[in-house]
Design a protein around this ligand. Structure first.
Ligand code: ZN
Length: 232
């Protein structure tokens, strides 16, 4: 491949101090804010245009890596990756994709905690763009309204489909549940493996990361322990 503008614009950064800093920030998994950092113009481009642009840029990345995109196996990869980013694994960035939460009256007057455990969780680390794979466990105590069980899965999936940090993901799910169910009595625990820890960097395939967010009655030892017993 002959050098082109893209190649020249992406010559190695000579600032090694800065590079060390960004390596450290990634490996320490430090998040800067509760909200996913988004640009003001995040949704000015529509999905079709985003896919087209990402396809071009991803093609450049592959070419810079030295891959021959005339090969039949690689030819379609930039398009596949672009579609996967916009329509699947990062579709939760767009509020238009947020699941609509329909509430029902708690007709049974069931006023104990409801736990949904082992919700499959696939996300991606915002520092390395590689998968986070795990389980989410959710509990709430009804404040007169209940939510369809599959909606709990959908809320987890929506926030997981963003470049994420596990702590932020946990809080975003908990806050969404509090706001929908109009109660503070919500608990979220996430137990996940980060591929940026297991497949690169420190290469630890045994460890998993647990994060938890408790509100309202779940701040009481007894309620929290009951929940933790259910999910153990
Ligand atoms: Zn990472």
């Amino acid at each position: 491949m002959k050098p082109n503008e893209t190649l020249l614009n992406t010559l190695p950064n000579q600032n090694t101090v800065y590079e060390l800093l960004i390596d450290n920030m990634g490996d320490n998994h430090v998040a800067t804010s509760y909200d996913t950092p988004l640009r003001e113009d995040a949704f000015e481009l529509d999905d079709a245009l985003k896919i087209e642009m990402i396809e071009k840029h991803f093609k450049s990345i592959m070419e810079i890596l030295g891959l021959d995109l005339t090969d039949d196996s690689l030819r379609g990869t930039p398009k596949r990756v672009a579609k996967m980013y916009v329509k699947e694994i990062f579709s939760g960035l767009n509020p238009a994709n947020k699941p609509e939460a329909k509430l029902f009256d708690n007709k049974y007057q069931y006023n104990q905690m409801l736990v949904e455990k082992n919700i499959t969780l696939y996300s991606n680390c915002e520092h390395h763009f590689v998968p986070i794979i795990g389980k989410a466990h959710i509990a709430y105590i009804s404040n007169g309204k209940v939510i369809g069980l599959s909606k709990l899965n959908r809320i987890v999936q929506y926030y997981a489909k963003r470049p994420q940090v596990q702590e932020r993901l946990t809080m975003q799910i908990a806050n969404e549940l509090k706001s929908i169910l109009q109660t503070e009595d919500v608990a979220v625990v996430i137990d996940a493996t980060h591929l940026c820890v297991s497949s690169r960097g420190i290469k630890d395939i045994q460890s998993s990361t647990i994060t938890a967010e408790y509100g309202g009655k779940f701040l009481d030892d007894q309620t929290r322990n009951e929940f933790l017993k259910f999910i153990s």
